[in-house]
Design a protein around this ligand. Structure first.
Ligand SMILES: [Zn+2]
Length: 339
């Protein structure tokens, strides 16, 4: 495979030296949906040495329309996205290091990634996670590449600590992405274009071509054929809690106590127990009262049916309760089952 990267090395701004830099690079891909799949595949093919993939979900049939690393069997068997992605990525390239985190990307996980990786790729589907990435990136002095898409549109920007305003500074100036894939739908090309633009920025940074990075927030709409570049030079705030003179990293400072959230558009409540008090799968197996409720056991999770609720219990204690529209009900049911 000596000539594996020959076409990329021929590209002058990268060359042999840039290729060697890619081989030494570690990149975190936060989210393994449409953006994460496309980003991970592109960076793997480009020769990035070590990829860290984080995602909390399993593959579902509605993902297959755009999440390019997954196929029908992954959806039928409800394989966690990081495991399914890893299978495919190892087929594409066997000499890459892969670290997998089948977990909710909370402050603890994202800080860990920021401390180990050269670059963070935003493939999240919500702004809560992006603020965590933003805080962790500025705290550890790592660049991160924002990417968001919905419908037929997307937006991209590389945030580099020390040179650009951060997400908190410029949120008021960003195109509104209140719509999500669950509410506005999405076409595959919008995700692929967003991911492709993010990867171009990643290649620039990782190969030592930081001067070529985008200077403006790039927004595109493939359906209305519009492009917009938004200058943000004057937006940086000196009192910004993330990139200002006295940073407090507010997103990271939230507590690690049990967290209960309603997942957008899915009638599902997610519960992440306090990290000090993890309910392991073994403990659940011992609980005789739950044994009858187990409907499926995979290498990754237990699926339980309790009354009208389908409950997925992951090895690290994270729980998804389907068929709920209300966080309080979720918390109550969780306490009944797991104490
Ligand atoms: Zn800022």
């Amino acid at each position: 495979m000596n000539n594996r990267y020959s076409r990329q090395r021929l590209f002058k701004p990268i060359g042999d030296e840039g290729q060697r830099k890619l081989e030494k690079a570690a990149v975190a891909v936060i989210g393994c949906g449409a953006l994460g799949s496309a980003i991970a595949e592109t960076l793997a093919r480009a020769g990035v040495g070590h990829l860290h993939l984080v995602d909390r979900d399993v593959v579902e049939p509605s993902n297959l329309q755009r999440q390019q690393l997954f196929h029908e069997r992954h959806a039928e068997e409800a394989v966690p996205k990081v495991a399914a992605a890893a299978q495919r990525l190892r087929e594409i390239r066997s000499d890459m290091q892969l670290s997998l985190y089948m977990d909710h990307a909370d402050g603890i996980v994202i800080e860990q990634l920021a401390s180990k990786c050269d670059l963070l790729m935003d493939a999240a589907d919500n702004f809560e996670t992006r603020f965590l990435i933003n805080d962790a990136a500025y705290k550890y002095n790592r660049p991160w590449i924002y990417g968001a898409c919905a419908g037929g549109a997307g937006a991209v920007f590389p945030f580099v600590p020390g040179t650009s305003a951060c997400l908190s500074c410029l949120l008021p100036a960003l195109p509104s992405f209140n719509d999500t894939c669950d509410t506005a739908g999405i076409i595959g090309p919008a995700a692929q274009t967003t991911a492709a633009l993010q990867c171009a920025e990643a290649l620039k940074w990782l190969t030592g071509n930081g001067q070529a990075l985008m200077k403006k927030v790039h927004h595109f709409d493939l359906w209305s054929n519009t492009r917009l570049d938004i200058g943000i030079g004057r937006i940086k705030r000196t009192d910004c809690p993330t990139c200002g003179e006295r940073p407090s990293y507010p997103a990271l400072s939230t507590t690690s106590q049990m967290k209960c959230t309603l997942l957008c558009g899915r009638d599902t409540v997610q519960i992440i127990p306090d990290r000090q008090r993890i309910v392991a799968l073994d403990a659940v197996e011992q609980a005789e009262r739950l044994a009858d409720a187990i409907v499926r056991r995979t290498p990754y999770f237990l699926e339980l049916q309790i009354g009208e609720h389908r409950i997925i219990l992951f090895e690290n204690g994270r729980v998804l309760i389907h068929g709920l529209k209300d966080v309080h009900q979720g918390r109550k049911l969780y306490r009944q089952l797991f104490g």
